[in-house]
Write a protein that binds this ligand. Sequence first.
Ligand code: C2E
Ligand code: CA
Ligand code: CA
Length: 295
Amino acid sequence: NVSYDAVMRRAEFALNEAKRRGRNQYYEFNPEDYDTFKKSRQILNELRRSVAEGYDGFDAFFQPIVDHDTNKLVGAEALMRYKDMEGKYIPPVVFIPLLEESGLIIPTGRWIVSRAVEMCQKMQELIPGFYIGINISYVQIRKSNVLDLLINIKNKSGLPDGSLVIEINESGEIECDESFIDFCTKLRDNGILLALDDFGTGYSNFHYLNRLRPNTMKIDRTFTVGAINSEYEMELLKSMSEMAHSIGLKTVIEGIETDAELEKISMVSPDYIQGYYFGKPMPVPEFMTFVSEYV
Ligand code: C2E
Ligand code: CA
Ligand code: CA
């Protein structure tokens, strides 16, 4: 027995769901989808509250990036974390899309850029040339002036060129239009580097390489694992890595978890490694301890 209001809410949900799936699509109401939707809306409300309350519950974690040949720590990737009011971590795959859809990625993205710059300054006192990778969503580029934000904060910080690396993934939403290419060019003109994230998961990688002219190619764990388990994929990854090197790109292999994986992936001659094997994403104090113990 469902009330009139509840029926209307479900119908509205179903209509939006059909719209979200694109033109000329139909959507049949499904209680599980509706549950997910209700949960998402709850999380979104919490995210809104957190942003309004000075980013309460948000944290910036950092994951080490290590030079493959020398084993030296060269940088870290900044990764956003969110704990709800009950202190439970919500996975990024759940809350990042909510931030993007709601536009909240604009203030939270600004917030993590500041955390990343602080961390980079702190780390460069210990390791000169240390760099931080920062994930930027397409929404931030299209709907906010993230370019000026990045240039201003870099100039104010006094960080040398190459200290900040913007990680962009081809979510399928990215259009290599003039304004996007302009964004990439201006970043480079201002000493901020560009990494193509999650390489091997999309479908128009070559197009991106040509138009965006990134400095770094990050190979996704799905591709890494594939190469470890299949000779064909290993050959493919090797050729791709050679191609990357021949046009002057640095490669980062993501998602190395074990000794055996590290050994196998050496065949690819990567420049840098990022994975649980060297270190998981950590809050700042833990990262500092990690650094002091890392030789
Ligand atoms: P990503 O940019 O590809 O980040 C790397 C992800 O791989 C991280 O997941 C990291 O924890 C995970 N990872 C690293 N090493 C290993 C490994 O050895 N094994 C396995 N299984 N996983 C590993 P995380 O932190 O859950 O982040 C997921 C995604 O959320 C990120 O993928 C990125 O797309 C997005 N994200 C995270 N923080 C931000 C942010 O500040 N802004 C934006 N726009 N997106 C973010
Ligand atoms: Ca990334
Ligand atoms: Ca990645």
